[in-house]
Design a protein around this ligand. Structure first.
Ligand code: PHE
Length: 453
């Protein structure tokens, strides 16, 4: 234990445990639910290319920076920013960065849990055989029926929040490590099988063409922002989740290799989800731009038609719920770690507090799909507003600040030491990306959206 380490701060048992937990955080609804539907809404290939570029040039360097900041102090994100900015003699305003992350985490989890609730409801639907012999319009009816019912959504959202709180209450090691160990490989295998099914639909080529052939005329300023925002969202960066996981990382682990592995896995999972879903979309005559219901309106068609679809459907949605769970726990971990380390609470109390706030906030999203669907601010429902505010604004702003802090404020010898690659070419490349490329790219995309560029 080092001098700066808080005695109550946990540590992963190994590098592998961190990889599992951080991959668990990264891979979630963002990959399987969100990536396909925003790709569908934003015209396909060109959007995918911008997203991939953002992951590579902005996401990966910032993920390394965030892990490094957390590991240096071994504290929660709020205290990490306080300790590090004081260490560097920087402005006190840097203290707010940790807070912004905690708030973003609450806001994201409030809607994330509602969508994870949909996935949970679909476990039951799969179990009762609702997908059999149903055509595309019946499957759509099933989904519309679910989101029209506040009671059902409240039930599933509450169940998911309870699950999140009970895993987080157990602590990082027992709670998180165990859950992800078997889950990630299983989800991966399922996706590959779904892609194999997609090959039999007769629209595989069309699906792949949509996903991988760029048509840049379809790209608007807002789609570029959405692609960039999604790079942050899917890698779980810009709000402290990766920072707090980094703070549990043993000192001797190489951050760069680990981050590449996590980001690579995350990207492959998203692309596999797209390759499974779009062929089904075209084969069933559905709209790629169907919105947040896309996977719930397409995958059940596959489960209803394939041999063994009953079991496969159940397993798939169970996996999806677990993937969501391993992300949701990282969304409240920064707040929980802060409450435990500063407010004298035990993990259970901290979970009850932060979980209850998020649970209540979730009602805004629930009602966006039914009784408040006509209530719009800036032309967006509460769900759309929360999504835009967090993924497109708060995470990129958080990531921008992390890049500036790690690149310009933190002393070079500290970042060299933490990243464990003093004066190497890799360090130089990272330094250029974090000091110039990543912040400039975020800034330019913002300028473009507000119409200055
Ligand atoms: N990365 C998660 C996903 O893709 C969501 C997430 C965002 C988790 C931000 C933590 C922090 O589903």
């Amino acid at each position: 234990m080092t001098g700066t380490e808080k005695s109550d701060h946990g540590q992963w048992s190994s590098r592998f445990a961190f990889i599992l937990a951080a991959t668990g955080s990264a891979v979630g609804l963002g990959n399987i639910w969100k990536f396909p539907y925003i790709t569908g809404e934003n015209g396909g290939g060109a959007f995918v290319i911008v997203y991939l570029l953002c992951v590579l040039l902005i996401g990966i360097p910032i993920m390394m920076a965030e892990t490094m900041l957390g590991r240096r102090t071994r504290q929660n994100p709020i205290d990490t920013m306080i300790t590090l900015s004081d260490e560097a003699g920087a402005d006190k305003n840097w203290h707010y960065l940790g807070w912004m992350g905690v708030i973003a985490g609450f806001l994201i989890l409030s809607y994330y849990s509602v969508i994870a609730g949909w996935a949970s409801a679909y476990v039951l639907k799969a179990f009762t055989g609702s997908f059999f012999a149903a055509d595309a319009s019946e499957i759509k009816g099933l989904f519309d029926g679910l989101i029209a019912s506040p009671i059902q959504l409240i039930f599933w959202h509450s169940l998911f929040m309870l699950a999140t709180m009970s895993v987080v209450a157990r602590g990082v090691k027992t709670g998180i490590e165990k859950a992800v160990r078997f889950l990630m490989p299983s989800l991966f295998v399922m996706l590959i099988l779904l892609v194999a099914y997609a090959m039999t639909t007769g629209s595989y080529d069309q699906g792949l063409k949509f996903l991988f052939t760029p048509d840049f005329s379809k790209l608007t300023g807002d789609s570029v922002l959405t692609a960039m925002g999604h790079a942050f969202f899917t890698l779980s960066i810009g709000m402290g989740a990766i920072m707090v996981y980094g703070s549990y990382l043993p000192k001797d682990v190489s951050i760069s290799k680990t981050v590449f592995l996590i980001a690579g896995t995350d990207t492959v999972v998203a692309l596999l989800a797209g390759m499974a879903i779009f062929p089904i979309v075209f084969a069933s005559g559905l709209e790629p731009a169907a919105g947040p219901g896309l996977i719930f309106q397409t995958l059940p068609i596959a489960f209803g038609n394939m041999t063994g679809g009953w079991l496969f459907g159940i397993l798939f949605f169970v996996m999806l719920v677990f993937a969501a769970l391993s992300s949701s726990i990282s969304l409240i971990e920064p707040a929980v770690a802060w409450l435990v380390e500063n407010k004298g609470m035990n993990r259970k109390q901290a979970c009850i507090w932060s979980g209850s706030i998020t649970w209540l906030l979730g009602f805004g999203t629930i009602f966006s799909f039914n009784i408040w669907s006509g209530f719009k601010i800036f032309d967006r429902t509460i769900f759309q507003l929360l999504d835009y505010l967090t993924a497109n604004l708060l995470l990129p702003i958080g990531g921008f600040c992390i890049a500036v802090f790690a690149g310009w404020i933190m002393k070079r010898q500290h970042s060299e030491h933490e990243l464990g690659m003093p004066n190497t070419l890799s360090y130089q490349v990272w330094k250029v990306l974090i000091c110039y490329v990543a912040p400039a790219a975020v800034f330019l995309v913002f300028l473009h959206v507000v119409g200055v560029l």
